[in-house]
Design a binder for this molecule. Structure first.
Ligand code: NAD
Length: 448
């Protein structure tokens, strides 16, 4: 290991990722607001109609070497990512609407934009879905697969993957489907063998999202989860992911309020400012909001949203500052706003000698506009992970926590929620796999 100036220890020689040759097939589960915004956005960018704003893979740069080297290539020029022109989309939904119809229904993108993209978007028609209303109470699906048990349904999804695979070179799957009811891991989730038995016996602990994930990982296809569902967050899926060299990562796109939380909370902690309360509420009027209006789906989202502060503040290390935080998260379904969510945060903080202060955040955001680039980056990076010998068979890609409300880690490791640590981890992982120096930001060398 050699240490250069501000950039730190040189990565030992490792085998670099293989090139992104040919077509990358992206299989999207749930062609709703986020998925259609991503697909239409990729097509708009391909045609030069718009810029991929918010996407690190498309617009981000990465510093290499010393500050004085002035070397900061685009991420996509540094690591071998699939080109947007090589992406082919397909997917499943419980409704028959093609991507144009579904995007028009979601009302995220302007009519004018959608009209320009219509001939392409109309060609993407959903495959029949694996669905059971027990897991998403507010939806009534009509375009669904029938099977004698969950194993049969998983096998049907595997056939869908195999058919699609004949038309492309590599495949990645991403869940952009609705939030399912809150499920905790049970015996059926503890090993590959137990899970396979559970598929045969229709174990109620296995939700539709897990049937897709199981099929993907069984086919050696990386899987990302945009929702807070349990899905791959259990030992059986981690085992399968490692066994078949199909990378996985955490869950629930980190877009609006939690994105803000994981920026602000590290700032308070860095300055040793105390926090006594953090009240977060949202109004949201899209189909996601309607699904989350069901208490059982909301519980899944709530758990995912509550986690970040606890880990960032480390109250066990800073009891005087963070021991007694009152943290509350609400989501209210309010149809007039559609996809344009408003998220309010009231933060009660305290400073020197305990004097109280308040901060108010009012984020008038666009949910799917924030989520689409995250979904794109996740699939591109999972594809990269699969082509990288040192990442392919480790299962969980913790370096992708940057994008997710609920990072996934190896058992016994606490998740890193701080957005800036996550960003550094992601970029250092890219430097590492390309054999470049890691950056420590030490920088004493400049003053020798
Ligand atoms: N937009 C954001 O900022 C954001 C952030 C974090 C997480 N999410 C999550 O991403 C997911 C998608 O959000 P959205 O706004 O696009 O919701 P949406 O309701 O517009 O789309 C979800 C789609 O999934 C389909 N679906 C549901 N169950 C399915 C199944 N079993 N198989 C196939 N399709 C299925 C629905 O019919 C719908 O078309 C939600 O779970 C949401 O909680 C969104």
């Amino acid at each position: 290991m050699s240490t250069t100036e501000e950039s730190g220890s040189k990565t030992a020689r490792i085998e670099q990722p293989s090139p992104a040759k040919g077509k990358l097939g992206i299989m999207v589960v749930g062609l709703g607001a986020v998925a259609t915004t991503m697909i239409a956005g990729v097509e708009a960018v391909r045609r030069g109609l718009a810029k991929p704003i918010g996407s690190l893979t498309q617009m981000g740069t990465i510093r290499l070497g010393k500050r004085t080297d002035n070397k900061s290539p685009l991420v996509k020029d540094f690591v071998p990512l699939a080109d947007l022109n090589d992406i082919v989309f397909t997917g499943w939904d419980i409704f028959e609407d093609n991507v144009y119809e579904s995007a028009a229904h979601a009302k995220v993108l302007e009519k004018e934009t959608l009209e320009q993209l219509k001939p392409y978007l109309e060609t993407i028609k959903p495959l029949p879905a694996v669905f059971d209303q027990y897991y998403v109470k507010r939806l009534h699906g009509t375009h669904v697969k029938k099977g004698k048990n969950k194993k049969d349904l998983a096998d049907q999804v595997r056939v869908d993957i195999q058919n699609f695979r004949k038309t492309v070179d590599r495949v990645v799957m991403i869940w952009c489907g609705s939030t399912e009811i809150f499920l905790e891991p049970t015996a059926v989730h503890q090993s590959i063998a137990a899970f396979e038995k559970g598929l045969e016996s229709n174990d109620p602990g296995i939700a539709p999202s897990q049937i897709y994930a199981w099929a993907a990982l069984s086919e050696g296809v990386p899987f990302a989860n945009g929702a807070p569902n349990l899905t791959v967050d259990c030992p059986a899926m981690i085992e399968l992911s490692k066994k078949n060299g199909a990378p996985i990562c955490g869950k629930d796109f980190k877009t609006g309020q939690t994105f803000m939380k994981t920026v602000l909370a590290p700032a308070f902690k860095a300055r040793l400012l105390g926090v006594s309360g953090w009240y977060s509420t949202n109004i949201l009027g899209n189909r996601d909001g309607e699904v989350l209006d069901d208490p059982e789906s909301f519980k899944t989202k709530e758990e995912s949203k509550l986690g970040s502060l606890e880990y960032i503040f480390q109250p066990e290390l800073y009891p005087d500052l963070y021991k007694d935080i009152f943290h509350k998260v609400r989501i209210n379904y309010y149809p007039p706003r559609g996809d344009n969510k408003e998220g309010w945060d009231n933060i009660d903080i305290f400073g020197w000698l305990g004097y109280p202060m308040q901060i108010k955040v009012d984020f008038l955001c666009r949910d799917s506009i924030l989520a689409a680039p995250i979904a794109l980056d996740l699939v591109l990076f999972l594809d990269l992970a699969q082509r990288t010998p040192s990442l392919k068979s480790i299962g969980i890609q913790e370096w992708l926590s940057f994008y997710l409300k609920s990072p996934q880690t190896r058992e016994g490791l606490y998740p890193e929620h701080d957005l800036f640590i996550q960003s550094m981890k992601l970029k250092n992982t890219l430097r590492h796999i390309m054999g470049a120096d890691l950056i420590t930001h030490l920088g004493l060398e400049y003053y020798d």
